[in-house]
Design a protein around this ligand. Structure first.
Ligand code: AMP
Ligand code: MN
Ligand code: MN
Length: 312
C-alpha cells in the first residue's frame, strides 16, 4: 500500500511532526501537510518542539502548531526528520509510523516510508504525495508553506542535486495562487538589526584553513550581547562557504557550556553527510550537521582536521 492510500485509510488520530530547531523545510512540510489534511481528516494535529523562527511566522496555520504531542497517534508522519530522536520528543506513541524525507542518512521505519535523497526539499516530496491524494486540495494555504520549504532548503535555488525537480515543483506551486516574490522577501529580506550585529561578531571569527575550509564561530556571549539566538544565525554558514576556492564552510555554534552544534556546507567536493555520521550526526552530501562536546579549540580542531583528511 502506498503512503497516500495509508493516509486516506486512516480514520483515527494523525500526528504530523518534524525536527527540533525547525528550519523552513521542517515548518513548510508540517504546515503544507497539516493545512491539506485538515480538510479531509477530523483528527489531525501538527507538533513542533521548538518555537517557530520569526521569519516563518507569516505562514498560514502557524498558530495552530502545538508544542507537545498527544499521548497516542494511530498514524504518525515524520516529515524532514531522519530519525525519530530528532523530533526532540522521547515519549511518542503510535500505531503506524511513516517517514517522509530527503535526508541521505537516517533510520528506515517501515513500508510506508517515502524517502528520496535527491529531492530538493521534503516539501517537494509532499507536493507529489498531495497531487496523488487530491490535487484540488492544494490551495494557496497549502502551497505557500510548501514553496517556503523548497525556497529555503535550496538556498533560493542555489543548492540541490535535482534542479529539474526544484524548478518543476516551483512551477507547479507558483500556479496555486501564491506570491513568490512576497514569500522570498519575507524570508530573505526581513532581518532585524540585531541579527546584523550578531553577523558582524561572527564574521570577526572567520578563519580560512589551507584555502579549503572556512569557518565561523558563534559563541554564547555573542547571542547575549546582541539579544539574538541561534535561530537568527541559521543561514550564517553561507558566509564561510562563500569564500572563493573554499570547498567546505563550517559554523560552530555554542549551544551550552562545552557543547557545540556544528553545521557543514559543501560544494560537491566532500560527502559531508558521511563525515557528520562518523560523529553521530547526519544530513545531506552538501549540508550536514552534528553535535559535539568539548571546548572550542578541541571541537574546531577535531572537525577541521577530519575534513582536511579528505583533501590529502
Ligand atoms: P544544519 O546545519 O543544522 O542546518 O543541518 C544541516 C542538515 O543536516 C539538515 O538537513 C539537518 O537535518 C542535518 N543535521 C543537522 N544536525 C544533525 C544531527 N545532529 N543529526 C542528524 N542530522 C543532522
Ligand atoms: Mn530540515
Ligand atoms: Mn529538508
Amino acid at each position: 500500500m502506498s503512503i497516500v492510500d495509508r493516509i486516506k485509510r486512516e480514520e483515527g488520530k494523525i500526528g504530523i511532526i518534524s525536527h527540533f530547531d525547525p528550519d523552513g523545510d521542517a515548518i513548510g512540510s508540517v504546515l503544507g501537510m497539516y493545512n491539506f489534511l485538515k480538510k479531509y481528516k477530523p483528527n489531525v494535529e501538527a507538533v513542533l518542539k521548538d518555537d517557530i523562527p520569526y521569519l516563518f511566522q507569516f505562514l498560514p496555520g502557524v498558530e495552530e502548531i502545538k508544542k507537545t504531542p498527544s499521548n497516542y497517534y494511530d498514524l504518525l508522519l515524520l516529515l524532514d526528520v531522519s530519525d525519530i530522536t530528532r523530533t526532540g520528543f522521547d515519549n511518542l506513541n503510535f500505531g503506524t509510523l511513516a517517514r517522509i524525507d530527503h535526508h541521505k542518512t537516517g533510520t528506515n521505519y517501515g513500508d510506508f516510508d517515502y524517502i528520496n535523497e535527491t529531492a530538493p526539499s521534503t516539501t517537494a516530496l509532499i507536493v507529489d504525495i498531495l497531487k496523488e491524494y487530491d490535487e484540488e486540495g492544494i490551495t494557496k494555504e497549502v502551497a505557500e508553506p510548501l514553496y517556503a520549504g523548497l525556497l529555503t532548503d535550496t538556498g533560493g535555488f542555489k543548492y540541490g542535486r535535482d534542479f529539474k525537480k526544484s524548478f518543476e515543483t516551483a512551477l507547479y506551486l507558483s500556479g496555486k495562487g501564491i506570491d513568490c516574490q512576497e514569500i522570498a522577501q519575507k524570508i530573505f529580506l526581513r532581518k532585524r538589526l540585531e541579527v546584523f550585529k550578531l553577523l558582524s561578531l561572527a564574521l570577526n571569527t572567520l578563519t580560512v584553513v589551507e584555502d579549503k575550509i572556512a569557518y565561523i564561530v558563534l559563541r554564547k556571549e555573542f547571542f547575549e550581547m546582541t539579544g539574538t539566538d541561534s535561530q537568527d544565525a541559521q543561514s550564517f554558514v553561507t558566509y564561510p562557504l562563500s569564500v572563493d576556492d573554499v570547498a567546505v564552510g563550517i559554523k560552530f555554534t555554542e549551544a551550552d557550556d562545552n557543547f557545540w552544534k556544528v553545521s557543514l556546507r559543501g560544494k560537491n567536493r566532500v560527502d559531508l553527510a558521511a563525515i557528520a555520521e562518523e560523529f553521530g550526526g547526519g544530513g545531506h552530501i552538501n549540508a550536514a550537521g552534528l553535535r559535539m562536546k568539548g571546548d572550542e579549540e578541541t571541537v574546531i580542531n577535531t572537525v577541521v582536521s577530519r575534513i582536511l583528511k579528505e583533501f590529502e
